[in-house]
Write a protein that binds this ligand. Structure first.
Ligand code: PEP
Ligand code: MG
Length: 358
């Protein structure tokens, strides 16, 4: 439990009396979820799933999927991960106790799951029972010059539907099992890195088909939503088309900032310091939302999305979701919620209340 005295709780109760925008958290473990709830989070706005694939058995299954040559082989390899993923989601759903939990489908490029050093490549090849040379070639073929603009996000789910199938099945089976135990659960499935409505359509088809299959098998249903990250500038320009099928948008302002400025998230530190010292930038745009530029895209997509679908839920789950100035901007745009790391939840609550008062 956070080490806070009674005054903190009294104060935060006042804060919540004035706050009308939701505050969720970015969490991908039951521990973080529980901590965030203690800080007042009203749901999970972003559960990243990539970290769930790194345990010893799990990464082996993932690697087996990567070396597979057919969809059926990929499906078989990934299905061995189903019990693990189901357990991951069940534990998080239980902690969140009926609050919305937005689970993002796998996002990083696949080479992140592969070794890159020669000896390690040889060891893993032996473990997988594959020829060293052949495995080295697979590793090489997956390396990319520009991985953040490469084969990641929904592009993975589209080229390897088995990934979306397995993760959807895990989410829906976990949710149905909990419902059958009399527990409350509210899953939201989020597709990453959407740039075109067709990408979203193709992933939603897979998700809905798998959900229907599970409902039939288990003779029980659960309510779930399917939505998307808005983190590629193009997605903001065609937001009304995406909102025809998406039930929610969540701004991934880390990638949206990267792609709007053309600054690499991983390398910009080298020149950003000079830019800040010289006054070329007032703030680090990865920390404080660039209202003048990126903010316009947030405004545009929210407007276009809501014109198409007035029930569209809109949130933000980039780092900016916990920054007070950015939270105030999100409030002005009428976002339904901001989502940030557990420790920033109280600050986001306060910033949202201050924005409402203003
Ligand atoms: C984002 O891009 O803002 C986001 C939340 O996703 P990630 O940081 O995992 O790319
Ligand atoms: Mg992103």
């Amino acid at each position: 439990k956070p080490e806070m005295d009674d005054d903190y709780y009294t104060f935060m109760n006042w804060v919540d009396e004035y706050r009308d925008m939701g505050v969720r958290t970015n969490a991908d473990s039951p521990e973080d979820s529980a901590r965030a709830r203690e800080f007042g989070a009203e749901g999970i706005g972003l559960c990243r799933t990539e970290h769930m694939f790194f345990g010893e058995d799990r990464i082996k299954a993932m690697r087996r999927m990567i070396i597979s040559e057919t969809d059926d082989e990929r499906r078989d390899a990934l299905m061995t991960l189903l019990p693990y993923q189901k357990k991951d989601f069940k534990e998080i759903f239980e902690v969140m106790d009926g609050l919305p939990v937005t689970i993002r489908l796998l996002d990083p490029p696949l080479h992140e799951f592969l070794p890159d050093e020669k000896e390690e490549i040889a060891r893993v090849a032996d473990e997988l029972g594959i020829d060293h040379q052949k495995f080295s070639e697979i590793v090489r073929s997956l390396s990319e010059f520009n991985p953040m603009l490469g084969h990641r996000g929904c592009r993975l789910g589209i080229t390897y539907p088995a990934i979306t199938e397995m993760q959807t099945r895990a989410i829906i089976e976990a949710a149905v099992e909990l419902k059958m135990e009399g527990k409350k659960v509210f899953p939201e499935i989020m597709v990453p890195l959407i740039g075109t409505p067709q990408e979203f359509h193709s992933q939603k088809l897979v998700i809905d088909e798998v959900a229907e299959e599970v409902f039939e098998e288990m003779e029980e249903t659960v309510e779930y939503k399917v939505g998307t990250m808005i983190e590629i500038p193009r997605a903001t320009l065609v937001a009304e088309k995406i909102a025809k099928e998406a039930e929610f948008f969540s701004f991934g302002t880390n990638d949206l900032t990267q792609m709007t400025f053309g600054y690499s998230r991983d390398d910009a530190g080298k020149f950003l310091k000079v830019y800040l010292d010289e006054g070329i930038l007032q703030n680090d745009p990865f920390q404080v939302l660039d209202i003048e530029g990126v903010g316009q895209l947030v405004e545009l997509a929210t407007k276009k999305g809501r014109e198409q679908n007035e029930k569209l839920k809109v949130g933000i789950c980039g780092e900016h979701g916990g920054d007070p100035k950015s939270v105030a901007f999100c409030y002005k745009q009428g976002l339904n919620y901001v989502s940030c790391s557990p420790f920033r939840v109280p600050v986001a609550r306060l910033a949202a209340a201050q924005a409402a008062l203003e």
